[in-house]
Design a protein around this ligand. Structure first.
Ligand code: LMG
Ligand code: NDP
Ligand code: PMR
Length: 400
């Protein structure tokens, strides 16, 4: 059922591609992040010893050992020494359009990353990768439908069988159903927005955590895309309906719309709210991962708000008037607009910049397009709620 629901969604309209940043709210940004400065992410090879390189190895990239000496976390190598650093392997969910596709491109074209595009529509992803010009040796499309736990498990099995190490996982895919009058559900019977955006990613991340832990890459990361609209400490987060997880009673009940509400807080179905709630879950999950696993695994856990990418497929279900007015509104009035390309460079920065290794951080960009650690709302940083969310979620996905 979920698969069917997913496959009938029409594709996006692109109207505007560029924009300026916000000056009053620090959450947004402007151009100025060049690929070269963002992706100067060569890590010192001194951390990569030959014994660490795995058997089924991928093409190697040669870098100069001194390129990454600016990062305090990285040991300095002898100046003359040249060593090899294998390509990083990054899984990006929902890389068939919008932010995920732009991120895949930004990473793949550096030649330093192999991007596993984890997508529900294989053909669409292949076509998108080709048409945007992602070098074919730098990506692989693998099927993943986050609206089905079976599919998530199947994807993880397939990935493990591929023999690739996993260095970074980016949980990017999402659905937004603002005009739905009635809830729709995942294959496992959970309301589709929270089921896809949160529960699917929660299961995926949990199942791949061990792989990330095993990675010998200089910096391994788990990144979950958040948003300003889930944060009620911002103007955008106060546009109704506002995110609110309440006491999680609907989630505890299974979000099935039968004997429980399809909404996390137990209220009436509202598609826009369900999306914003799912983003709060994403941001809480990132922090809970950090608290539980950062010290032990040395994985960097991070979230971000990439800016308002008003032209993506995220708004495909919104009314045509909204899709027409939203980009100029964000571009000229809120100044929160960011192009897909720019947003992709920002997420690529969170994946690969050696300066962004701090864990537990929610990144945003200011008007000069410099990244900064942003403050989450009270609810989105509530540690007790994060713990409860974690515990309920692991029951729902069958891990506890
Ligand atoms: C609801 O509808 C759905 O019903 C609900 O289910 C849920 O999905 C929810 O949060 C999601 O949305 C949304 C509906 C009502 O919004 C719209 O469809 C409008 C989208 C916003 C676009 C605003 C258009 C404004 C006109 C912009 C024109 C662009 C031209 C740029 C050219 C500039 C040239 C320099 O949304 C609401 O929330 C209701 C709000 C009512 C909208 C009123 C718009 C006011 C715009 C605010 C700006 C005020 C500042 C003006 C100053 C201008 C100075 C230059
Ligand atoms: P898009 O709709 O362009 O991209 C969403 C991607 O998710 C698509 O590739 C879509 O696949 C995929 N997807 C949806 N459902 C599933 C599923 N069940 N299984 C696997 N993949 C799925 O939107 P954006 O690029 O805008 O969104 C990307 C992320 O950015 C989201 O997490 C969103 O919340 C976040 N974000 C977006 C903002 C914006 O302004 N656009 C602002 C802040 C955050 P398909 O191509 O097959 O439809
Ligand atoms: Mg919002 C002041 C800045 C600002 C920013 C950065 C956003 C981002 N928005 C802002 C303001 C406003 N928005 C104002 C003043 C309004 C009332 C007119 C407004 C309305 C609005 C709507 C109807 N905005 C929206 C919608 C949506 O349907 C989008 C949404 O909520 O998706 C969940 C949306 C968004 N505004 C944003 C961003 C980033 C979004 C969408 C994407 C997301 O959070 O993932």
């Amino acid at each position: 059922m979920a698969l069917h629901t997913a496959s009938i969604l029409p594709s996006t309209v692109s109207i505007y591609k560029e924009g300026k940043s916000n000056s009053s709210l620090k959450e947004t940004g402007f151009f100025g992040v060049s690929l070269s400065s963002n992706l100067k992410a060569e890590f010192s090879s001194s951390l990569i010893s030959r014994k660490n390189l795995r058997k089924k190895e991928l093409p190697l990239v040669t870098i100069k050992a001194q390129t990454a000496t600016t990062s305090p976390a990285i040991k300095q190598a002898a100046p003359e020494e040249k060593k090899t650093l294998r390509k990083g392997n990054v899984i990006v969910t929902g890389a068939s359009s919008g932010l995920g596709l732009a991120t895949a491109k930004s990473l793949a074209e550096t030649g330093k990353w192999h991007v596993i595009m984890a997508c529900r529509n294989f053909l669409k992803a292949e076509k998108a990768a080709k048409s945007i010009g992602i070098p074919k040796e730098n990506y692989t499309v693998m099927h993943l439908d986050l609206a089905s736990f079976d599919s998530v498990r199947q994807f993880v099995d397939n990935f493990k069988r591929s023999g690739r190490p996993l260095d970074v996982l980016v949980c990017n895919a999402a659905v937004y159903l603002p005009t739905a009058k009635e809830p729709t559900f995942t294959a496992d019977g959970f309301e589709l927005s929270v089921g896809t955006n949160h529960l699917g990613h929660f299961l995926l991340s949990r199942l791949l955590l061990e792989d990330l832990k095993q990675s010998d890459y200089p910096s391994k990361r788990l990144i979950i895309v958040g948003s300003i609209t889930g944060n009620t400490n911002t103007l955008a987060g106060n546009v109704p309906p506002k995110a609110n997880l309440g006491d999680l009673r609907g989630l505890s009940g299974g979000l099935n719309g039968l004997n429980s509400s399809p909404m996390i807080d137990g209220g009436e179905f509202d598609g826009a709210k369900a999306y914003k709630d799912s983003k709060v879950c994403n941001m809480l999950t990132m922090q809970e991962f950090h608290r539980r696993f950062h010290e032990e695994t040395e994985i960097t856990f991070a979230s971000l708000y990439p800016g308002c990418i008003a032209t993506t497929g995220l708004f495909r279900e919104h009314i045509p008037l909204f899709r027409l007015l939203f980009p100029p509104f964000q571009k000229y009035i809120t100044k929160g607009y960011v192009s897909e390309e720019e947003a992709g460079q920002r997420l690529a920065q969170v994946v690969s910049d050696p300066n962004l290794t701090k864990s537990g951080v929610y990144w945003s960009w200011n008007k000069n397009s410099s990244s900064f650690e942003n403050q989450l709302s009270k609810e989105a940083s509530d540690a007790e709620k994060a713990r409860k969310l974690w515990e309920i979620s692991e029951k729902l996905v069958g891990l506890a």
